[in-house]
Design a protein around this ligand. Structure first.
Ligand code: APR
Ligand code: ZN
Ligand code: ZN
Length: 362
């Protein structure tokens, strides 16, 4: 029997989101039905509502979620009803050219549920990032569910499903931050602060946070930044060089995704250092750099998709580190809200007052 649940739907470009009845099918082969316990509000949800990602309205929003597996379809063996899972939006296929070359984090054929969730009139919903978890239940591919230690509260665990994982992974997986490294992170929202926490975890000893908002810089210190730079008041490239013996940082991370910020990150790294782009640019943005600088500075210019994460490897590890008191994941939860409050949370997000609002379900 399909379930009827409440879910947050974006019906048209720019229109406020509404809470609607969503019909969720029973899981078919390879699928899992998940009772959502918590789901964070991410910028990507707002981008869907604003038409920045596509025109496949109506969208069922929400994708940073944790919950309990309620039922699984035929052929699903790795998870079972009752399992506590974090959802991911890159369930790797194991068969594409990237997976076969041993680089599954670049998988080109990630899995989602095959059956659609719908409105009660039969209209097909497009689930955000193939998840759609601002709903009491959601249908996903079984590979989108990663089991983690149930001792971690859902509001905390769910955040690994997107922005926090992207930030930690940008530092640890993409940037390869190591013991004694110096790191500079540009943009101290949820993604940037997660990059800071990841850099600290990996053993960085100098961690410079750059932002244009002093409140954000204060927060960045709580995640382990050793120095802060307000780039409205100070040239961040010069400031970072001064803090690193005149050299620049070993790894710099752009967690904003704007050409001027990327350019600062490019120049703020040491020779042969690594610059990582994890903030997501918009289609109108272009970058101009002297080619001789790209050549002459050596090192690596990398982008980080979803923190180059492997959910099966990274989610349980990061949850364990949180439970050991070594990774302050709970600090990313600025507030918990109800399913009816998502539109208001978008407003607070645009004002920059929160790292993450998290919807809690009963
Ligand atoms: N220089 C430095 N910091 C900046 C600048 C700038 N020019 N412009 C904005 N910022 C800061 C903001 O003050 C804020 O603290 O960047 C931070 C961005 O944080 P959020 O808006 O909370 O965004 P976040 O969720 O961290 O995501 C960052 O990653 O996933 C992508 O789409 C997302 O591109 C976005 C980026
Ligand atoms: Zn693949
Ligand atoms: Zn997200």
């Amino acid at each position: 029997m399909p379930s009827e649940v409440r879910g947050v739907v974006a019906r048209a470009k720019g229109a406020p989101v509404t809470v609607e009845t969503v019909v969720v099918p029973d899981p078919g082969p390879g699928e899992a039905l998940v009772k959502v316990q918590a789901c964070g509000v991410c910028h990507t949800d707002l981008h869907y509502r604003e038409g920045g990602i596509g025109d496949d309205y109506p969208y069922l929003l929400g994708h940073e979620a944790a919950g309990i597996v309620e039922a699984v379809g035929d052929g699903v063996t790795r998870i079972a009803p009752g399992d506590y899972v974090v959802l991911n939006w890159r369930a790797v296929c194991g068969e594409c050219r990237s997976c076969r070359r041993g680089r599954p984090w670049y998988c080109f054929a990630t899995h989602n549920a095959r059956q659609p969730m719908t409105l009660t009139d039969g209209t097909t919903l497009s689930p955000a990032l193939g998840i759609g978890a601002f709903a009491e239940k959601t249908l996903v591919a079984a590979g989108q569910c990663t089991k983690v230690d149930p001792a971690a509260p859902p509001a905390v665990a769910g955040l690994l499903g997107c922005g926090v994982m992207a930030g930690i992974g940008a530092a640890v997986n993409t940037g390869g931050v190591g013991r004694g490294d110096s790191v500079a992170v540009f943009g101290c929202g949820g993604v940037g602060d997660a990059a800071i926490a990841g850099a600290v975890l990996a053993g960085a000893t100098t961690v410079v946070a750059v932002d244009i908002n002093d409140g954000k810089l204060e927060l960045a210190r709580q995640f382990g930044a050793t120095h802060t730079v307000n780039s409205r008041e100070q040239d961040p490239v010069e400031a970072i060089r001064a803090l690193t013996g005149g050299n620049g940082a070993d790894v710099t991370i752009d967690a904003v995704g704007r050409p001027e910020v990327f350019t600062q990150a490019f120049y703020a790294r040491d020779h042969a250092g690594t610059v990582v782009l994890v903030g997501v640019p918009t289609p109108d943005m272009t970058l101009e750099l002297p080619m001789l600088e790209v050549f002459g500075r050596g090192g690596a210019v990398k982008s980080s998709w979803y923190g180059d994460c492997l959910p099966e490897r990274d989610f349980p590890t990061l949850i364990d580190l949180f439970l050991q008191g070594r990774l302050p994941l709970d600090r990313f939860v600025s507030e918990t809200i109800g399913i009816d409050d998502v539109e208001a949370a978008f407003g607070r997000m645009e004002q920059g007052g929160v790292l993450r609002s998290v919807v809690l379900f009963d």
